[in-house]
Design a protein around this ligand. Structure first.
Ligand SMILES: [Zn+2]
Length: 329
């Protein structure tokens, strides 16, 4: 039984796109055994961490399960949605999160990003301990071991090269598919919820409420100047932070993708890609930023390479972000 595996090697490093599609078709079909919603949440977590891989395409469980925990924190604690297809029972993840809420004396309204770091570390640690055996082997089994290797002892997974390029290329459509199928799954076991309503909740589970900490960090180095038009930004709030590669595509907040932008640029750029000269400017900015002594230790900057940003730019265009935006200076 593959879902009981604790360590497994990927069975092939290179498989065709058609093969990966057939695995995804299986995961999203009735044939795949889904007693809980874990597979969809894992696919979403992998997508959110696609550009957090190191040079060997490895991800730590902490990275993956932090996203996983955040997804469930919203679904279970905020929206009170059951994650299991058995009535009167709870999925392990629900029990872990509800117990953590009590143990750490957290208010049910607290959003995941506001949980103090030390407490978050403990909650994610517990989710890894309690859920890894049900989660890692299940998706591995459904894809016949073709998309990643994993090691539950080292708490690490490694994506295969073909799967990684596949995910880059089809990122948007895979995100749509996993959100949609998660909504369909939840609709069956949560009466009174519509697919549309659920989809909206799912699409926003990982969205940050505030980028203020990023703003303060960037403003301390870059004098509160708009990255695009150069004008001075007056307010001190995080709503002046722009995702260079739109959030709707990258679904993650990494310092290397964030810039200070004035309201005018931020509003008019919205969900578009900036012209390529700004990509070059951002690569230079990141080169400078990564040398800053207050930033050098940050994990997102350590995992950053100019290549990742260039890939993201290229793949976001391929995924439908074809409107190119130029600031009105
Ligand atoms: Zn501007």
């Amino acid at each position: 039984m593959s879902h009981k595996l604790k360590v497994a090697e990927a069975r092939a490093e290179y498989i065709t796109e058609q093969d990966v599609w057939s695995h995804f078709n299986f995961i999203f079909s009735e044939k795949s055994k889904n007693s809980a919603s874990y597979k969809y949440a894992l696919v979403k977590s992998l997508l959110e961490n696609l550009y957090n891989v190191n040079e060997s395409l490895e991800l730590s469980y902490y990275q993956v399960f932090e996203s996983f925990t955040e997804i469930y924190w919203n679904l279970v604690i905020h929206h009170n949605l059951s994650q299991l297809n058995l009535k009167q029972k709870s999925a392990r993840i629900e029990t872990v999160l509800r117990e953590s809420l009590q143990k750490h004396n957290l208010n049910e309204q607290i959003i995941f990003e506001r949980i103090p770091d030390q407490v978050k570390l403990k909650i994610v640690g517990r989710v890894i301990s309690e859920c890894k055996n049900d989660v890692m082997g299940a998706l591995y089994g459904d894809t016949q071991g073709m998309i990643y290797s994993f090691d539950n002892y080292k708490r690490q997974l490694k994506l295969t090269a073909s799967f990684y390029s596949f995910m880059q290329k089809y990122q948007k459509v895979i995100m749509y598919l996993s959100n949609y199928h998660l909504a369909l799954f939840l609709e069956k076991f949560n009466s009174g919820s519509s697919t549309d309503g659920l989809l909206l909740k799912i699409e926003n589970v990982s969205k940050r409420k505030s980028l203020n900490s990023f703003y303060l960090l960037l403003a301390s180095v870059y004098q509160k100047e708009c990255f695009y038009c150069g004008k001075r930004v007056k307010s001190r709030r995080g709503n002046h932070v722009d995702h260079f590669i739109p959030w709707s595509f990258i679904q993650n907040d990494q310092l290397w993708n964030l810039v200070i932008a004035c309201s005018k640029c931020n509003t008019s750029k919205n969900n578009k890609l900036a012209e390529i000269e700004y990509l070059e400017k951002l690569i230079q900015r990141n080169c400078h930023l990564s040398e800053n002594e207050n930033i050098i230790e940050r994990i997102d900057m350590q995992l950053y390479t100019p290549n990742k940003l260039e890939d993201l730019y290229k793949y976001s265009r391929q995924n439908g972000y074809t409107d190119v935006w130029i600031p009105n200076k």
